[in-house]
Design a protein around this ligand. Structure first.
Ligand SMILES: [Zn+2]
Length: 308
């Protein structure tokens, strides 16, 4: 049994994983603007309670796999950089913490890479050696497996910065300092501004919506709201064009899509396949575009898989 923690931007998931299967899991609010050290200690307390429920203990686990947002050096087990989340993560000694607090060996990886590893070993990526994964949510996470190796690069950014592929010259400003990044043009955090800046927003049914995420956008677009339909079409096009860039860079056999937009996968996947057919320099059927098989658990499964 491996204990696993997936530190997200809004929720942190944690659980116990055995042979690619989540035995038990739960989640709690993240505290990305606060201290990582404090948050991790809280999560560990919750993990201990989870162990109690399963009539086991942290000490009985073989290791602790942790996924973090930001740039992660998975060899030195260090976070190299964050983008406004857990600013103390960069100086944090994950290995020492796991040893002192739980007497456990630790593995650390970036969250998007961890989710892809989970899908590669136990999900939609099984049996393939060349994979791209894109998780579309508040931000956009990407990772690449090329010729059966998780791409990292010398600065641990390889395949990982897909949210910051430029999709629009002179476009919207991004949190990374770039302009026209995929995240700035089509992510959950950019969505309220995209909608409110649309010329038809004043007449849109979205004006009365308390929350504004992709779920609401799709819902209102389906019901015929032209502002929602137009912004959704823009986002689908941006994501699709980014996938074409990934195909041209990495020649994947499969592209795995995760995140909240996959709650209604068929129209999204159909749009991606159409954009790829139109724009990619690739033969028909060369690359499959699939829904993640473990949309909720790939991170925990992947964090545990760092041990084997
Ligand atoms: Zn950016």
């Amino acid at each position: 049994m491996i204990a696993a923690i997936d530190l997200g931007g809004t929720r942190t998931k944690f659980g116990l994983v055995q042979a690619g299967r989540v035995v038990s899991s739960s989640n709690c609010p993240a505290d990305a603007q606060g201290s990582l050290a404090t948050h991790l200690n809280e999560v560990l307390t919750r993990l201990r309670a989870l162990c109690d429920e399963q009539h086991t203990s942290i000490a009985a686990c073989e290791g602790l796999g942790v996924l973090s947002t930001g740039l992660v050096n998975s060899q030195a087990m260090r976070v190299m950089g964050t983008n406004g989340k857990y600013d103390d993560a960069v100086d944090f000694d994950f290995v020492g913490w796991a040893q002192q607090q739980a007497s456990l060996e630790l593995r650390l990886e970036n969250d998007a890479r961890g989710a892809l590893i989970g899908e590669w070993r136990y999900g939609a990526g099984r049996g393939a050696d060349n994979l791209v994964m894109m998780t579309i949510g508040t931000g956009i996470g990407t990772a690449v497996i090329s010729e059966a190796r998780v791409l990292t690069g010398p600065h641990f950014t390889a395949g990982n910065l897909g949210g910051h592929i430029l999709v629009r010259s002179g476009g919207r400003a991004c949190t990374c300092g770039g302009v026209g990044c995929l995240e700035a043009e089509a992510s959950g955090w950019a969505l309220p501004e995209l909608v409110q800046g649309h010329v038809q927003y004043r007449a849109s049914s979205l004006r009365g919506s308390d929350t504004l995420g992709f779920h609401e956008l799709m819902d209102h677009a389906t019901r015929g709201d032209s502002c929602a339909a137009d912004v959704l079409a823009h986002c689908l096009r941006c994501w699709g064009e980014a996938l074409v860039t990934f195909i041209h860079c990495f020649d994947p056999e499969r592209i795995i899509i995760g995140g909240g937009v996959m709650n209604s996968p068929e129209p999204v996947l159909a749009s991606f396949r159409k954009t790829v057919r139109e724009l990619a320099w690739a033969e028909e059927g060369q690359v499959d575009i699939l829904k993640a098989e473990h949309p909720d658990d790939a991170g925990l499964i992947g964090a545990a898989a760092l041990f084997y």
